[in-house]
Design a protein around this ligand. Structure first.
Ligand code: SDX
Length: 441
């Protein structure tokens, strides 16, 4: 009886790059993900052809393989380890999402309690760190304080700097996630000239942060459960977002072997930019600049003018060409918080909703698929909760520290990881002889 032929191995997908002269051609492997775009593996391109690729904004470049977060920009889908952001925002809490991002699975009750204990018992900072704040002016932007203080953690916690020791990586991760709210609240208190508040271990992550920020030693701070839930949900919505600018900064810093505190400080610096995490602060400034609904058409017109630097902050996204699913949840939370606070009439919210309505009907925005992103509504909620505009990006940094840590650990634990070192298209001078100063000018 003839042996059944073994099924032919599926032909490996490849992509071929051929020079127009036809002299050079390179066949490169195509790698498929679980979902989402496949990638062309160009790692041998330069060695075999002498060519670099060119993609300054990394619009078509996959910098790594990851299992943490998936975004479908056309469909407006955001998954964390396979779970949709809408479901996590509705049913989960920030500590559970943090565990999920870090470990890949939702925790059992026992695992969650153990994780929360680990975080809670790292919320205090070294007492000497509080003197570090004295070096800043009271009116320093809190993001400047965050960059400085978080980077300085590596001067205090020498027992969790060795990135090659899994235990030290875990302790550094717990310390960063746990201490960010404490450091952020201290930055706010310092700017207000109020005393620092110590964390309370019986409170949840969000409750602790609200108390350290708005509480004072002179009286008990009463937790508002609706605001605490809103804070926790806002943290969930900002926890991770694939290879965005600040996460890519953390990965690149970490690829050199820099300690985790330095890497997270680098991420904070990148997040600060108004095109990225600084957008929530910029949205409030923009709404104040627009001032009245009657001015919206003029500003929408300006945002289309290439000669005008004005852009509609909180609109557009490199990946989302549909509604940012986080913006939808944020809008719902906005109404809940304003309702809880008894804010019947919030002019900035009315202005924001009218701006959203007009922009979403405008041909320019429709054709370029510019939708509200996560930052469009967050500023209005945070302002209603009592945070000054300058603290908005700080809150983003607190939440995103979980994502930065998860991505950093994935990169460190990837056996194939190497130092990130992009190349360039050089268009400067070719070699030329030095010219003594007497011969210049
Ligand atoms: C975050 O990457 C992430 O995942 C980030 C983030 C995360 O969670 O980590 O989601 C958080 O950073 C959200 C984005 C917050 N930023 C803003 O809201 C700032 C305003 N938005 C823009 O700066 C812009 O939309 C970016 C930076 C967000 C995206 O810029 P891209 O992908 O480089 O797109 P682009 O600048 O090339 O814009 C494409 C076109 C351009 O017009 P053309 O040159 O094609 O004619 O759309 C226009 C832009 O001029 N455009 C806008 C606009 N955003 C883009 N026009 C008016 N207003 C805007 N907001």
């Amino acid at each position: 009886m003839s042996q059944a032929k073994p099924a032919a191995a599926p032909k490996r997908k490849t992509a071929t790059l051929t020079e127009s002269s036809g002299n050079k051609s390179l066949e490169m492997p195509v790698m498929d993900g679980t979902i989402g775009p496949s990638v062309i593996d160009i790692r041998k391109l330069y060695a075999e052809t002498g060519y670099f690729t060119y993609d300054p904004g990394f619009t078509s470049t996959g910098s790594c393989e990851s299992k943490i977060t998936y975004i479908d920009g056309d469909e407006g889908v955001l998954l964390h380890r396979g779970y949709a952001i809408e479901e996590l925002a509705e049913h989960s809490d920030f500590m559970e999402v943090a565990y999920l991002l870090l470990n890949g699975e939702l925790p059992t009750l026992e695992e969650k309690k153990k994780f929360e204990h680990s975080i809670t018992y790292h919320t205090m900072v070294h007492e000497q760190l509080s003197t570090f704040y004295r070096g800043f002016r009271r009116d320093a932007h809190p993001m400047a304080v965050m960059c400085g203080v978080v980077g300085a953690l590596s001067a205090f916690y020498h027992d969790s700097l060795d990135i090659n020791d899994p235990h030290q990586r875990m302790i550094a991760s717990f310390r960063l996630i746990a201490k960010m709210p404490t450091i952020a609240a201290m930055a706010y208190k310092y700017s207000m000239g109020q005393p620092f508040m110590y964390p309370k271990n019986k409170l949840s992550y969000a409750e602790n942060f609200l108390r350290m920020t708005f509480g004072v030693p002179a009286e008990e701070y009463e937790i508002n459960p609706v605001l605490a839930k809103a804070m926790d949900r806002i943290f969930i919505l900002h926890a991770d977002h694939e290879q965005n600018a600040s996460t890519s900064t953390v990965r690149l810093a970490g690829s050199s072997g820099a300690n985790p505190f330095a890497c997270i400080a680098a991420g904070i610096a990148s997040l600060w930019g108004p095109a990225h995490g600084g957008a929530n602060e910029a949205v409030l400034s923009m709404l104040r600049q627009i001032g009245d609904k009657k001015n919206i058409p003029e500003y929408v017109k300006r945002s289309k003018d290439k000669n005008d630097t004005f852009r509609l902050m909180g609109f557009g996204h490199r990946v989302y060409k549909n509604y940012d699913p986080r913006a939808q949840v944020m809008r719902k939370t906005c109404h809940e918080v304003l309702g809880e606070l008894g804010v019947r009439h919030e002019p900035l919210l009315d202005l924001a909703m009218e701006l959203e309505r007009i922009a979403l009907e405008d041909e320019y925005f429709v054709s370029k698929k510019l939708y509200p992103n996560v930052d469009f509504y967050s500023g209005i909620i945070l302002r209603a909760m009592g945070f000054p505009t300058s603290m908005f990006t700080v809150l983003f940094a607190i939440a995103r520290t979980v994502g930065w840590i998860a991505q950093w650990r994935e990169m460190i634990e990837d056996p194939s990881q190497k130092i990130g070192r992009p190349r360039q298209l050089y268009t400067g001078y070719t070699r030329r002889p030095y010219k003594p100063v007497q011969q210049r000018g």
